[in-house]
Design a protein. Structure first.
Length: 408
């Protein structure tokens, strides 16, 4: 997201601040302080809240915070005397008082198709618009489907949290999705119960989710295509590939599991996951710092404040409290391990070594049991690999190279 105010532009995704169109260098903590104040401009932000958001609650001196506020003011042409943009409210905190306009920000790629952060070399292109449409399942559920890009078709299975429009602009998913759409006709859809698809549905079973993927493929009239599964979408992709070996040319399975936590877990892990579902029922979509810290630490522990905020917003926009809990349990009870030896499509399995959401061993299990599968370990602590990590470059390079081999 780009926040435009006064003579400045703050690009949260590229972590880029510009005045009069010229880049302004600021230290990371100064950028985080400014970004947090801009995002929460509708209210007063307390000192303790800033310390938690920027320093993760670590003990820092008042002088350190005052120094970062002063640096943020100087970077945007404000002063402590004028306080035209950042206002100090004694004994209460700080508030951004400038008028702000929000604009979407898309990832940029150089001429070779590599992600280029702000200021990087190369020709830069913005992401193309998606084409959104709906299809109807046999039990009368409307599924939202997005297609974007040109070239060979690539289908991405839905996962637990999906929103076609929000993901397309998010700092977590957008770099990967835009990179894929630069080379392929990317087909995505929101699963039943979430995103832009119908939320009020009776059947939220794994079998219904597999049938939804079949509905999307059949409605679009797709022939033979590669299938991408990420996280919960991995098991769906495996089940579909075994049922329709004639349709799936290649499988790419990322951060997934053949057995959900209820099927694979120890008594301690099951108890922890049950506790998480209880927290979902009481903390989903609410301003609960403890829940958000736990939730983001499972998915993107090394994410930026902007990416953590996206996960917080994701809850409110993507799914209801009830559906979130129902789907968390449904994915926990998945078991497609017996299908792994039946996969005939060439398969690439990728998994982050430090994934706290899904054990690394689940990726190894798939690579061992799927005939001739190729395995790539990613040096990341994140369940969803993020574009600012070195591992992200390898992730997209491996995926594109594997898919391109199928088209030669």
């Amino acid at each position: 997201m780009v926040y435009v105010f006064s003579d400045c532009e703050l690009d949260s995704e590229r972590r880029d601040l510009r005045r009069h169109g010229t880049a302004v260098h600021v230290e990371p903590q100064v950028f985080d302080v400014l970004q947090y104040l801009v995002r929460n401009r509708d209210r007063v932000v307390t000192k303790d809240e800033l310390l938690q958001a920027v320093w993760n609650g670590r003990a820092v001196s008042d002088d350190a915070l005052t120094s970062r506020i002063g640096a943020a003011r100087r970077a945007i042409g404000d002063t402590g005397e004028q306080q035209q943009l950042i206002r100090t409210l004694p004994r209460r905190g700080f508030r951004f008082v400038g008028e702000v306009r929000q604009e979407p920000s898309h990832p940029r790629f150089d001429a070779a198709g590599t992600f280029a952060p702000a200021g990087g070399p190369g020709a830069l292109n913005t992401a193309p618009p998606q084409e959104l449409k709906f299809c109807r399942t046999s039990d009368d559920v409307h599924l939202a489907v997005a297609t974007v890009g040109v070239g060979p078709t690539l289908v991405k299975a839905t996962n637990w949290l999906n929103h076609l429009e929000y993901d397309w602009l998010s700092p977590v998913w957008s770099p990967t999705l835009t990179r894929l759409a630069a080379n392929y006709r990317l087909v995505r859809y929101d699963g039943r119960g979430l995103g832009l698809s119908d939320w009020d549905v009776a059947d939220l079973s794994f079998e219904a989710y597999v049938r939804d993927l079949e509905t999307v493929v059949d409605t679009l009239g797709l022939g033979r295509f590669p299938l991408l599964g990420i996280s919960g979408g991995v098991a769906l992709s495996i089940a579909y590939a075994v049922r329709h070996p004639d349709r799936v040319s290649r499988l790419v399975l990322v951060a997934g599991f053949p057995r959900g936590w209820f099927k694979r877990g120890s008594a301690a892990e099951i108890a922890q996951r049950e506790a998480l579902i209880t927290m979902i029922r009481h903390g989903w979509g609410q301003d609960n710092p403890a829940f958000h810290q736990l939730f983001t630490s499972l998915f993107v522990p090394s994410g930026t404040p902007e990416q953590h905020q996206w996960f917080k917003d994701l809850q409110r926009l993507t799914i209801s409290v009830g559906n979130a809990a129902r789907l968390a349990r449904m994915f926990g009870e998945i078991d497609v391990a017996e299908l792994l030896p039946q996969v005939t499509a060439p398969t690439l399995v990728m998994h982050s070594r430090g994934d706290a959401r899904v054990p690394f061993e689940q990726g190894l299990l798939m690579a061992r049991e799927i005939p001739n599968a190729r395995f790539v370990a990613l040096d990341s602590a994140n369940h969803i690999v993020l574009s600012h990590e070195p591992a992200w470059q390898r992730f997209v390079a491996e995926v594109c190279a594997y898919l391109n081999d199928a088209n030669e």
